[in-house]
Ligand binder design. Structure first.
Ligand code: NAD
Length: 354
C-alpha cells in the first residue's frame, strides 16, 4: 500500500478519535482535535485517574477510561492518537492497528527501528493510517526555510548548526536524544531531503547516571552538508536557535523570537588567484530580511493532516518513512555513544521488517 492510502474515496462523516495518554502533551491533542471541524473526540484514556479527572474538568462530556481495551473495543472509535511514553508506543499502537483503528503516534515513532518497521507492516496489513507526530514539519517558520532551501535561494547548503536547550523536563524512560532529537532530526531530514550518512556524538548524564541529559551530535550528509546539533535539559535559559549557512545566503531561525526567521544576504566569494597561490576573498554583508510569518498552530495543522489521510488516503507530510528514518538517526547516535563517539553509519535498510 502507498504510504497512508487506505481509502480511495472522500467521505463526509466526522473522524472519531480517542486520545491515549493525558500527561504533559496529550491535553494539547485533545484541545486541537476538539477544535477541528469534522472531528469528534470520541474518548480519552490514561492509566492515571488524576490525569483523567483533570481533563474532565475542562471537557466534562468526554467519555473516559483507564482501560485501553475500552477504547479499542469501541466500534465508534475510528482512530487513536497516542501521547504516552516512548517505551509504550509500539505496544499501544500495534494493539490499536490490530483493532482496526487508524493511529497517530507522538514522536518518536517507536523505541527502535525494528518496532517502527513492525508498525508500518501492520498498518499495511490492516490498511490503516499510521502517522508519527513530528510537529515541527507543520511549523510556518520551518516551512518558510524549507522553501528557501528548495528554491535554491540559499545556494548550496554548507552547514547547519542548532541548539535546543532549556531547564527540564527530564524524562523517565528516555535520554535527551530520544526526547529532543526527533525535533531537530525531523527538521533536518525535511529541509535537506536526505538522511545523514554518518553521525558521531558525545553526551553526559549529569543528573541521572546513565541517562544522557546533554548531547553534542555531528551529522554528515551525502550532499556534503554537515550539521551540528546541541541538545540539553540543563541550561539556564531556553534556546531554540538554528543557523543555516548557504553559498548564497544565510538564515537564523529562532523559534523563541518574535522574528523567528532572519535571512542574511551575506557570504564569501573565493576569486581565482591572480598569481600562483594568492587566493582573494570577497566578503559580502548585504540586507537582512525578516519576513512576515503565518501564526497557525503547527499541532493543529498536523492533526488536520492526520484526519485528511484518514478521509482521503493522502500521505501525511509527517510520513511513517520519515518517522522511521528519525528513529534510525537516533539509533546511530546511540551506537556512536556506545563506542565513545565513533563515527557511525546510519542504517539505510529498505522498508522491510527487521
Ligand atoms: N510533539 C511535541 O512537541 C511533543 C512535546 C512533548 C511530548 N511529546 C511526546 O508525547 C509523548 C508523551 O510525552 P509527555 O511529556 O506528555 O509524557 P508524560 O509522562 O507527561 O505523560 C504520559 C501519560 O501517558 C500515560 N500512560 C502511560 N502508559 C499508558 C498506557 N499504557 N495507557 C494509557 N496511558 C498511559 C501516563 O499515565 C501519563 O499521564 C512522548 O512520546 C513525547 O515524546 C511530543
Amino acid at each position: 500500500m502507498a504510504s497512508g492510502s487506505p481509502h480511495a474515496t472522500v467521505r463526509r462523516r466526522p473522524v472519531r478519535v480517542a486520545v491515549v495518554g493525558l500527561g504533559y502533551w496529550g491535553p494539547n491533542l485533545v484541545r486541537n482535535f476538539h477544535e477541528l471541524p469534522g472531528v469528534v473526540v470520541a474518548g480519552v484514556c490514561d492509566l492515571s485517574r488524576d490525569r483523567i479527572e483533570t481533563i474532565s474538568k475542562r471537557y466534562p462530556a468526554l467519555r473516559r477510561t483507564t482501560r485501553l481495551n475500552d477504547v479499542l473495543n469501541d466500534p465508534t472509535v475510528e482512530a487513536v492518537a497516542i501521547a504516552t511514553p516512548v517505551s509504550t508506543h509500539h505496544e499501544i499502537a500495534s494493539a490499536a492497528l490490530e483493532a482496526g483503528k487508524h493511529v497517530f503516534i507522538e514522536k518518536p515513532f517507536a523505541a527502535s527501528s525494528a518496532e517502527s518497521l513492525d508498525l508500518i507492516a501492520l498498518a499495511d496489513e490492516r490498511r490503516r493510517v499510521v502517522m508519527p507526530g513530528h510537529t515541527f514539519l507543520y511549523s510556518p517558520p520551518v516551512n518558510m526555510i524549507r522553501d528557501l532551501i528548495v528554491s535554491g535561494e540559499l545556494g548550496d547548503i554548507y552547514f547547519i548548526s542548532t541548539s535546543r536547550v532549556n531547564l527540564g523536563l527530564h524524562q523517565s524512560d528516555v535520554s535527551v536524544v530520544w526526547d529532543l532529537g526527533p525535533h531537530d532530526f525531523s527538521i533536518l531530514r525535511y529541509w535537506l531531503d536526505e538522511t545523514p550518512e554518518f553521525v558521531s556524538a558525545l553526551s553526559r548524564g549529569c543528573i541521572i547516571p546513565g541517562t544522557p541529559d546533554v548531547a553534542f551530535i555531528n551529522l554528515e550528509f551525502a550532499s556534503g552538508a554537515i550539521a551540528h546539533v546541541e541538545m540539553s535539559w540543563l541550561a539556564p535559559s531556553k534556546l531554540r536557535r538554528t543557523t543555516i549557512v548557504g553559498s548564497e545566503k544565510m538564515v537564523v531561525y529562532d523559534d523563541a523570537s518574535t522574528e523567528p526567521v532572519r535571512i542574511f544576504d551575506s557570504g564569501v566569494t573565493l576569486r581565482d588567484p591572480e598569481t600562483f597561490g594568492e587566493y582573494r576573498l570577497t566578503y559580502r554583508t548585504g540586507d537582512i530580511l525578516s519576513p512576515r510569518i503565518d501564526v497557525s498552530e503547527p499541532l493543529r495543522l498536523e492533526l488536520e493532516d492526520f484526519c485528511a489521510a484518514i478521509r482521503t488516503g493522502s500521505a501525511p507530510r509527517s510520513s511513517r518513512e520519515l518517522g522511521l528514518e528519525v528513529v534510525r538517526m537516533i539509533e546511530a547516535v546511540d551506537g556512536s555513544l556506545a563506542q565513545s563517539g565513533a563515527r557511525v553509519q546510519v542504517s539505510t535498510m529498505a522498508l522491510e521488517r527487521a
